[in-house]
Design a protein around this ligand. Structure first.
Ligand SMILES: Nc1ncnc2c1ncn2[C@@H]1O[C@H](COP(=O)(O)OP(=O)(O)OP(=O)(O)O)[C@@H](O)[C@H]1O
Length: 267
């Protein structure tokens, strides 16, 4: 995204957002409640329209982007299961839809991917249960498994640890480690990174809809594990510097062009 701006209910929520995500990065979006983290993620994916600026997914504006299987989105709250009599396996299997050609039958490959995804979040034993029977943390794992089942290149996770028990957090950290080893790109929103902290390669901190830090992750700043860095830094303060290795001098935009969601870095 370049010079990205989002207004909700006529009120600016994101302003002057320049952000470029590169393939293989593990980026944490941090910031206080209401700072705009979820809006940033949603705008990136084209789910929330921009009032100004532009965004690209693998080099294309969201409206022209077709390869949705390349992006595994884990929304902030469970949006499945409420009153829907789907089993855990069925919800996870829905993660294959973007990969399946229209009217094509489910293949052995699809089934194997679903089985692997269930296993990697530790829910194999609950596969046949209605998803509504699971705890909040387990339901969050179902959503993560749904994204895993699609075998995307990039994972976009909105607070995957929110309201999640310690066991689910550990599961997520292990899952994330595997994704990192596979060279996947990860963009995640978090309040606390917990056991995921050592895996993060870059952090982007939002305050009042602005990026106030884009660079070293919390564990590299000397701050306590999982603590949000620079939350109190002024927008032009010492925390506001480009990500190491990024050569642009201009501020980063909430841009995925040139990143995993753009042709150059995606191939
Ligand atoms: N649909 C909406 N209509 C109007 N304002 C909204 C809407 N959604 C979010 N906002 C406002 O936009 C701002 C940013 O919200 P957002 O959910 O992106 O923040 P966040 O950093 O993800 O917060 P949290 O950590 O609490 O999830 C907040 O002030 C919020 O009240």
């Amino acid at each position: 995204m370049t010079a990205g701006q989002v207004s909700l209910d006529g009120r600016p929520v994101l302003r002057g957002i320049d952000l470029r995500i590169t393939a293989g990065e593990v980026v944490a979006v941090l910031g206080a409640n209401g700072s705009g983290k979820s809006t940033l993620i949603r705008a990136l994916l084209g789910l929330t329209p921009l009032a100004a600026g532009s965004t690209e997914l693998y080099g294309l504006p969201p409206g022209r982007f077709r390869d949705w299987w390349r992006i595994g989105y884990v929304p902030q709250r469970l949006s499945v299961g409420g009153g829907v009599p789907a089993t855990v396996r069925e919800v996870v299997a829905s993660g294959r839809i973007a990969r399946q050609r229209r009217l094509r039958r489910t293949s052995a490959g699809d089934r194997a991917a679903v089985t692997r995804a269930l296993d990697s979040v530790g829910l194999t034993g609950r596969a046949g249960d209605p998803v509504g029977w699971l705890s909040g943390g387990q339901q969050q794992r179902v959503l993560i498994a749904r994204a895993l089942a699609g075998e995307p290149d990039t994972f976009v996770m909105d607070e995957p640890t929110a309201g999640v028990d310690a066991e689910s957090q550990r599961h997520l950290a292990v899952t994330l480690e595997t994704l990192v080893e596979q060279g996947k790109t990860v963009l995640l929103v978090a309040h606390e990174l917990g056991p995921m902290a050592p895996l993060i390669t870059r952090s982007v901190v939002l305050r009042d809809g602005h990026i106030v830090h884009d660079g070293a992750p919390p564990h590299a700043t000397g701050r306590p594990d999982g603590q949000v860095p620079y939350d109190d830094a002024p927008p032009d303060g010492p925390g506001c510097h480009p990500h190491p290795g990024h050569e642009q001098v201009r501020p980063h935009a909430y841009d995925v062009s040139g990143g995993p969601m753009s042709p150059g870095a995606a191939q």
